[in-house]
Design a protein around this ligand. Structure first.
Ligand code: ATP
Ligand code: MG
Length: 348
């Protein structure tokens, strides 16, 4: 049985439906990301799970218990917000122990738990500091420790890394994931950063205008996007128009090259195909070849990013830098190899 269930969740603010028929089941210990652009309803979903927002329709269960109408403090949920929400007048240790104190835990049990949490986040020496004496990354670690101290059944993280600089973000996201695994705590993480979502999650929910467009593993979301929106939002994608020769047989021409796709294709004279940059190979021996003219060569060290023109359509791809092969030059015409299985049919 699933640990956390959101069924047919809806939320309207006045006439605006900001969450629409949202369904999700989460297993115990799973790490789920809600990924989507600003305003798509991620925070609203999280706030409904936390109990800060009452759904307009639908329900939420945790461990089989209906919590839809329970107050936040009756749900046993830990939450970390985007902005550092530490109490400025309390020390680090007092912040971490705050939830336990509110719960009425005996003093003698709070101290060791706080020490345990501070050790978990690697800040054992900083218990007596105040939040203003900490870096942003340290403050978010304290916020995480504070959320975890009362042993919540579900941990909710709303863009906890977005105020941090790039390097700290990456190290802290690894740390959060490691702690989450160690504790085996069921977690929902909100982000609009696809790299964060793909690298951290067991499964990703890609949200778009209040709807869960696709729920799947990072591998599935990236390699088998279910909608045009997911295909465009997650990762870099070349979108190419192909002329349909025979829809029933899957025959098209792309940049003058005839290709047979898994049939059938949507009706229409043309079809839009998606192709990831890394699915394109320079001078491959097998499979269809596209003739393209190099427009731009961007030397990035380990990879070389190339932009080319495919019969009037821009196409971007990467090639690894090896000392044995000189990269193509601007103006050169090259053969691009691909596997037809890598072509995503994303609409007529
Ligand atoms: N209390 C509220 N009253 C009215 N509208 C609201 C309220 N809270 C959120 N909204 C609207 O609901 C929509 C979804 O908001 P939400 O905060 O869930 O988006 P989000 O995906 O978290 O975006 P971001 O990435 O910018 O944080 C937005 O259009 C927002 O303006
Ligand atoms: Mg938000």
């Amino acid at each position: 049985m699933s640990y956390l269930t959101l069924s047919h969740l809806e939320k309207s603010f006045g006439p605006a439906r900001v969450v629409k028929d949202f369904n999700l089941t989460v297993d115990q210990g799973e790490f789920i990301s809600l990924l989507g652009p600003s305003g798509c309803g991620k925070t609203t979903v999280l706030r409904m799970v936390a109990g800060f927002e009452l759904p307009t329709a639908g329900g939420i269960t945790i461990e089989g218990r209906d919590v839809t109408r329970l107050k936040p403090n009756q749900r046993n949920i830990g939450m970390v917000f985007q902005a550092y929400a530490l109490f400025p007048n309390l020390t680090v240790a007092q912040n971490v122990g705050f939830g336990l104190k509110v719960q009425g835990a005996p003093k003698a049990s709070i101290k060791p738990r706080v020490a345990e949490m501070l050790s978990l986040i690697g800040l054992s020496d900083l218990g007596n500091r105040y939040p203003f004496q900490l870096s942003g990354g340290q403050q978010q670690r304290v916020a995480l420790a504070r959320a975890l101290a009362p042993k919540p059944s579900v941990l909710l993280l709303d863009e906890p890394l977005s105020a941090l600089d790039a390097k700290v973000r990456v190290s802290l996201r690894n740390e959060i994931r490691q702690i989450q695994r160690e504790l085996g705590i069921t977690t929902i993480f909100v982000t609009h950063d696809q790299e964060e979502a793909l690298s951290m999650s067991d499964r990703v929910v890609v949200m778009h205008e209040g709807i869960a467009d696709q729920v799947g593993t990072p591998f599935d979301i990236y390699n088998r996007p279910a909608t045009r929106f997911v295909a465009g939002f997650v990762g870099t994608l070349n979108t190419l128009e192909a002329k349909v020769l025979d829809a029933a047989a899957g025959k098209v021409t792309l940049g003058g090259t005839e290709i047979t796709l898994p049939a059938p294709l949507p009706a229409g004279p043309t079809v839009t195909l998606g192709l990831r940059p890394e699915a394109i190979r320079l001078s491959a021996a097998t499979g269809p070849q596209l003739r393209a003219t190099i427009k731009d060569v961007d030397f990035l060290g380990s990879v070389i990013r190339l932009r080319a023109d495919l019969a009037g359509q821009p196409i971007a791809f990467d090639t690894f830098n090896t000392t044995r092969v000189a990269p193509p030059k601007v103006g050169e015409t090259v053969a691009l190899g691909l596997d037809t299985a890598d072509l995503l049919v994303i609409g007529a």
